[in-house]
Write a protein that binds this ligand. Structure first.
Ligand SMILES: NC(=O)C1=CN([C@@H]2O[C@H](COP(=O)(O)OP(=O)(O)OC[C@H]3O[C@@H](n4cnc5c(N)ncnc54)[C@H](OP(=O)(O)O)[C@@H]3O)[C@@H](O)[C@H]2O)C=CC1
Ligand SMILES: O=C(O)[C@@H]1CCC=N1
Length: 260
């Protein structure tokens, strides 16, 4: 995910020499230098001296370890630095507990399309009045997509399910359509093109249109036509219930991660 953010930031005008990536493995660091020409370091605390905004982009269980490493360097500077955690599930309090008192932290939940400037990031700070003070986090994530502020931290698990994880659901659905189209006899390249262009067209249209999703669906679905048969098959397969179950599972996992 860090690479997606870096790619998006550079694509949208941030200079690579202004980005320092701290990662333990030499292989990852070399790959990042080669790919993005960013600065790299093996020591996480180097980020404190270098950057005003520090993104914690490690697996949730590694966040406490990284906070331990940042703490000594961060303590005297914590009012001047802005930290952004993108770790799924971790609560604001559980991270600030590991940071020097007075540290400024935003919890964020981006998604992979950040890499092409089309991300969606949910942002949360405990006091809504503080949002202005955290506008740099909003600006940064806005450079790689859109942002939404969450009023309540309990909404974060829904943003994980709806935005953080959801590109994978769409990829899964598109994969299934591609397989079915090939099974029906389309050449793989034609199947892929037809699926992706149709998905892009549908989403672009939904964004541009004044109509809601249901109205747009009905515009495609001619009475007694072809679409109706496919929609009925999805409904017999209880698509709504399946999607709700899948999203509940993702949200539940985010809440589990918050318990450590
Ligand atoms: N993948 C996604 O679409 C999204 C992920 N997230 C969140 O992003 C976070 C990272 O997930 P993801 O990118 O998928 O995971 P990856 O495993 O792909 O990346 C994790 C990175 O953390 C680095 N790392 C490991 N240990 C340390 C350490 N001690 N100090 C500094 N860096 C370290 C690794 O570096 P090295 O290669 O050197 O080991 C690696 O590059 C998670 O918290 C996840 O919840 C949030 C939204 C979307
Ligand atoms: O699967 C995960 O845990 C991460 C968080 C959201 C997307 N990927």
């Amino acid at each position: 995910m860090a690479q997606a953010i870096i790619r998006g930031l550079i694509k949208h005008g941030h200079r690579s020499e202004q980005i320092l990536v701290c990662a333990p493995s030499q292989k990852t660091r070399s790959a990042l230098v080669k790919r993005f020409n960013v600065k790299v370091h093996s020591d996480n605390s180097a980020a404190v001296a270098f950057a005003d905004i520090i993104i914690l982009a490690v697996k949730p269980f590694i966040v406490p370890l990284v906070c331990d490493e940042l703490r000594p360097a961060l303590a005297p500077l914590c009012q001047q630095k802005l930290l952004i955690s993108i770790a799924a599930g971790l609560t604001h309090a559980s991270i600030t507990d590991k940071l020097p008192q007075g540290s400024k932290l935003v919890c964020a939940m981006p998604n992979l399309p950040t890499a092409i400037g089309k991300g969606l990031t949910g942002l949360f700070v405990p006091n809504q009045e503080d949002r202005m003070a955290f506008s740099d986090a909003d600006k940064l994530m806005n450079a790689v997509g859109d942002t939404v502020w969450l009023d309540d931290e309990s909404q974060m698990s829904s943003i994980v399910a709806t935005a953080g994880s959801s590109p994978a659901y769409f990829f899964l659905f598109l994969e299934a359509m591609e397989k079915a189209a090939i099974a029906q006899g389309l050449p793989p390249k034609t199947a892929s093109k037809a699926v992706l262009q149709s998905a892009m067209g549908a989403v672009s249209m939904a964004i541009a249109s004044q109509e809601n999703l249901s109205t747009l669906r009905h515009q495609v679905t001619s009475p007694k036509g072809t679409t109706e048969q496919a929609v009925l098959a999805f409904q017999h397969g209880e698509l709504d219930e399946l999607v709700a179950r899948a999203m509940d599972s993702a949200a539940r996992r985010a809440r589990e991660l918050s318990l450590g």
